[in-house]
Each structure stands twice: as structure tokens, then as C-alpha cells.
Ligand binder design. Structure first.
Ligand code: AMP
Length: 228
């Protein structure tokens, strides 16, 4: 099962992605996570990507596209993948479509979480990252996934791990830039979603639209129902 998941930053895409990843036991490939790992390790990619990420801009295609296309060809992706955070533009959508076509890989499902921009922004600012696992959901503004407390400290609600906020999650200018890219229906991420909606019928890809406004649990249930 090969799946693409779209949703603006703050729509719960990571949380719902983790649910899908578990259901199908596919490899979760997240472009943002790959970049952050590269930054942590001080790799060439990390060094080049950091300034763009801090500004909330897209890392250039000549770095991002080959990085993702080669990641999808690694052995752990043979039995399926869930791609999250890529493509983010019409150019990346075309590059992915062409690479899949060339490799004879079918895209089975496209999931799109739809959420109003202002709500998404507030959710981003409340998000906290667990030091042990990026997929442990914690958000100080969402009751269902509020962090736990230990010795007066906020800790991960799943494993008790240390929590931190991403610096680009606390910067309103950077958030605005990321959302400008997402909601751009001409060349941005919405354009990439529409690109896949257009080719879906021809290629037998299932398209799933989800309202991201309800709580985490309700959205998950809707998603499971639609996945069948
Ligand atoms: P995310 O964790 O998905 O919010 O991604 C964090 C940052 O990584 C983004 O703001 C971009 O700077 C960079 N990034 C992630 N995915 C892509 C992509 N598909 N193309 C270019 N840059 C990306």
C-alpha cells in the first residue's frame, strides 16, 4: 500500500499519518523529519537545508526531490510507504508522479485533510515534540492530546519523554510562509493535491478528503471508515 497524505501544517497530518502507518505497517517517510535528522547529524543536506527551514521556506528542489525519490527506493519501502510532507509544490508533484511511473510503482491512496488556515496556525503554536518519538502527539492547546505533567514539568503524554517546541513552530512569520506555500492553489501544495486528483481516475488512485476540524479521535474514525 503506497499512500500520500496532505494537510496544512497544524492539521493533524502527522497524528493521522501515524494511525495509517500502523494500520498498514508501511514505512512512514516524512520529509520534515528527514531534514531535521540531517540537521541533528550535521550532514551536508542538513547544513544546506537549515537556513530554509528556519525561515519557513521550501528547501530547494535539487536537494529535496532526489532525497525523497531515493528514500522511497530503500528496502524498507518495498512493502509500502506513507509519504508525508512531500510533494509540497506542483513541480514536486510532477517529479514524484514521473518517478513512480518510471519505477512501476502504483500510488494507491491520496489523503487530504482540509482545515482553515487560522485554526491550523493556533494548533501549530501549541504543538510539542517528544524526544523519544516524533509520532507521539502532544499539543498544549488540544485537550485530547495535552502533555502529561511530571515534577512540575510538561512531559510526553505517551511515554513521559522530554518535550520541546520546534523553533519554526513558534515563529508566526515562518508559519505564515509555510501556509502561503500550502494554500497556494496555483503552484503550491493545494496545486499538488489537485494534480494527483486529476491523475487519480486514470491511475486507479483512491482519493480521501477529510475535515480536519473535529478532534483527533473523530478524524481518525472518519479516516478509517473511508479507508475501508
Ligand atoms: P515539516 O516538518 O513538514 O513542517 O517540514 C519542516 C520544513 O522542512 C519545511 O518548512 C521546509 O523548510 C522543509 N521541507 C519539508 N518538506 C519539504 C518539501 N517537500 N520541499 C521542500 N522543503 C521541505
Amino acid at each position: 500500500m503506497n499512500i500520500l497524505i496532505f494537510g496544512p501544517n497544524g492539521s493533524g497530518k502527522g497524528t493521522q499519518g501515524a494511525v495509517v502507518q500502523k494500520k498498514y505497517s508501511v514505512t512512514h517517510v516524512e520529509s520534515g523529519v528527514i531534514f531535521r535528522e540531517n540537521i541533528k547529524k550535521g550532514t551536508e543536506i542538513g547544513k544546506k537545508a537549515k537556513e530554509y527551514i528556519d525561515r519557513g521556506e521550501l528547501v530547494p528542489d535539487n536537494i529535496t526531490i532526489p532525497m525523497i525519490i531515493s528514500r522511497l527506493q530503500e528496502p524498507d519501502c518495498k512493502n509500502g510507504w506513507l509519504l508525508d510532507g512531500f510533494p509540497r509544490s506542483i513541480e514536486q508533484a510532477k517529479a514524484l508522479d514521473e518517478a513512480l511511473e518510471k519505477a512501476g510503482i502504483k500510488l494507491d491512496v491520496v489523503i487530504e485533510i482540509v482545515l482553515d488556515r487560522e485554526i491550523a496556525k493556533n494548533r501549530i503554536m501549541g504543538r510539542r515534540l517528544c524526544a523519544n518519538d516524533n509520532n507521539h502527539p502532544n499539543n498544549i492547546f488540544i485537550d485530547a492530546i495535552k502533555p502529561a505533567e511530571k515534577d512540575g514539568q510538561m512531559v510526553c503524554r505517551v511515554c513521559g519523554g522530554a518535550l520541546s517546541a520546534r523553533s519554526d513552530d513558534q515563529d508566526e512569520v515562518a508559519i505564515g510562509k509555510r501556509h502561503d506555500i500550502y494554500y497556494d492553489a496555483k503552484t503550491g501544495t493545494i496545486a499538488a493535491v489537485n494534480y494527483f486528483k486529476d491523475v487519480a481516475a486514470k491511475k486507479g488512485t483512491k482519493i480521501i478528503g477529510l475535515d480536519g476540524k473535529p478532534g483527533v479521535k473523530e478524524v481518525s474514525e472518519e479516516l478509517m471508515k473511508k479507508l475501508g
